[in-house]
Ligand binder design. Structure first.
Ligand SMILES: Nc1ncnc2c1ncn2[C@@H]1O[C@H](COP(=O)(O)OP(=O)(O)OP(=O)(O)O)[C@@H](O)[C@H]1O
Ligand SMILES: [Mg+2]
Length: 308
């Protein structure tokens, strides 16, 4: 049975299962029981991260207006819960980590009523974790994780990374989520992508797709699906967008229909690398169908069909 982790106390929501099991870096129980002072401290840390690599204790005391003992007590809890990190050199400083950023995003999404409970993890990629969640219905929430464990990856070289200042992971993860959300808003429903629901900080809330990744499917009508994928690539292209990371891993199959996911790295069709990028997307798909289903589709025809 599906387990739900309550993130907010809502009278209209029946709790099926509350647990303190660790989810992501933080526990839903800690998010739910977060004291308002702890929330304030997280918010101050978030704001100050653009100014400092490590926010001095004095700055936290001034910005919150809390007594030093209160700030220390709250910080100790936040550190224990994996939301904040402490650095003693050259001065006592504190920084937000992904757990704290996740908490702020979930708190905002919960306050707005976008989500009320978190389900289990349904996906994990190089630069994200995806959870099932409960909104008005079942939704998917994607936490972008650019930097941190994947800081050496290719996406670090994207243009927006240079604006990271003291905190490139926070800025880059937020920009990545914003970019993905922008693509979903621009393309849905013309292109088969998940319905975008909300975006907050480094998270995107979207419709939950009930289906497996293409690489895990055995298709009954592969030629039909290949045509459908190329048709979606064509419409996206017509809308001025190229996916840039299209592969069998970023396509979900729901009731025999393909859904193109994972859009943060899309580029405009006017981009200098547009042609190479589009060709690579198309090659990935054609190679996959050839290898798995022995389907041959002329490369030039596919490119012509998308751009023509
Ligand atoms: N809307 C959704 N509904 C259902 N499952 C989803 C949804 N979005 C993502 N997933 C699942 O989560 C996995 C990871 O998501 P996604 O591909 O968007 O990010 P990613 O793989 O982390 O990105 P990267 O390409 O950097 O590795 C997907 O392969 C898919 O299994
Ligand atoms: Mg992916």
């Amino acid at each position: 049975m599906m387990k739900w982790f309550l993130v907010a106390v809502r009278s209209d929501f029946i709790v099926r299962h509350i647990t303190t099991l660790t989810i992501m870096a933080v526990s839903a129980e800690h998010i739910r029981t977060l004291h308002k002072y702890e929330k304030t401290i997280l918010s101050v840390l978030e704001r100050q991260m653009s100014r400092y690599a490590w926010i001095p204790l004095e700055q936290l005391i001034t910005s919150t207006g809390f007594a030093e003992s209160e700030v220390n007590y709250r910080l100790a809890r936040l550190i224990e819960w994996g939301m904040v990190r402490f650095n003693p050199v050259p001065y006592d400083g504190y920084a937000l980590v992904f757990g704290g950023y996740d908490t702020l995003a979930l708190a905002s999404l919960t306050r707005k009523g976008t989500i009320s409970a978190l389900g289990t993890q349904i996906g994990e990629g190089k630069e994200s974790v995806v959870y099932e969640a409960l909104g008005l219905g079942p939704v998917a929430i994607k936490f972008h994780r650019i930097g941190g464990r994947s800081f050496n990856s290719a996406r670090v070289n994207r243009e927006y990374m240079t604006e990271g200042g003291h905190c490139p992971w926070l800025i880059a993860s937020k920009l990545s989520a914003e970019r993905e959300y922008k693509a979903l808003v621009a393309l849905h429903p013309k292109v088969s992508v998940p319905l975008p629901i909300a975006q907050n900080r480094h998270t995107v809330v979207m419709a939950l797709i009930h289906g497996a990744n293409l690489n895990r499917c055995i298709l009954e009508a592969p030629a039909f699906v290949l045509d459908e994928i190329l048709e979606n690539v064509r419409i996206a292209y017509k809308e001025g967008m190229i996916h840039s990371d299209l592969s069998e891993y970023n396509i979900l199959m729901e009731d025999g229909k393909c859904v193109l996911i994972d859009w943060p790295q899309w580029i405009e069709t006017s981009h200098p690398n547009a042609e190479t990028t589009l060709n690579r997307d198309i090659d990935n798909i054609l190679t996959y169908f050839k290898r798995k289903y022995k389907l041959t589709y002329d490369r030039e025809d596919a490119i012509q069909c998308v751009t023509g």
